[in-house]
Design a protein around this ligand. Structure first.
Ligand SMILES: O=c1ccn([C@H]2C[C@H](O)[C@@H](COP(=O)(O)OP(=O)(O)OP(=O)(O)O)O2)c(=O)[nH]1
Ligand SMILES: [Mg+2]
Length: 148
């Protein structure tokens, strides 16, 4: 699949999003900031990535997810826990970086901050009905099937 990308920050010219390994699902997004950005405990900031993508086809979308290293080791996750890029969005990809830890963290310019995953999407049509057919689960949830 080919996706149109616009380079909004010249530093991204030779750093286009790329799969780090042949089996990678995520494309790392970089923090296109001019100087180091310190996120105090529980602070969050909207960080530009220097690129825009146009997915174009409503059959695709792109969740923005945290990187596990930053999230687990440093508490740097996303302010909107998962970002979602619509197929018709034409603006710069932005990452809401949230320091959920109790230690300040300094983000370096061009550091890989989050990852973009391109996924298929189904846009549903809704039929309004009065009843659903019975199923084994019914309305059970929240652990209704037990623990073991
Ligand atoms: O982490 C994110 C989340 C969203 N977006 C952009 C792309 C997305 O298509 C658009 C709108 O996002 P969303 O629908 O999640 O936000 P909203 O609060 O519902 O805004 P809107 O009313 O513009 O849809 O913002 C980002 O750049 N980064
Ligand atoms: Mg929206």
């Amino acid at each position: 699949m080919h996706i149109d990308v616009k380079i909004l920050d010249p530093r991204m010219v030779d750093q286009l999003p790329a799969y780090a390994t042949p089996g990678s699902a995520g494309l790392d997004l970089r923090a296109c900031i001019d100087e180091p950005l310190t996120l105090e405990p529980n602070a969050w900031r909207l960080v530009p990535t220097g690129i825009a993508v146009w997915l174009k086809d409503p059959g695709y979308a792109a969740p923005v997810l945290p990187r596990s290293g930053l999230g687990h080791k440093h508490g740097i996750v996303l302010g909107n826990p998962v970002g979602l890029i619509d197929s018709d969005y034409r603006g710069q990809l932005m990452v809401s970086a949230w320091n959920r830890s109790d230690t300040a963290f300094t983000l370096q310019p061009m550091e890989r901050l989050a990852q973009l995953v391109i996924v298929p999407v189904v846009q549903a049509q809704f039929n309004v009905v009065d009843e659903f057919p019975a199923t084994q689960r019914g309305a059970g949830g929240y652990g209704s099937t037990g623990k073991a």
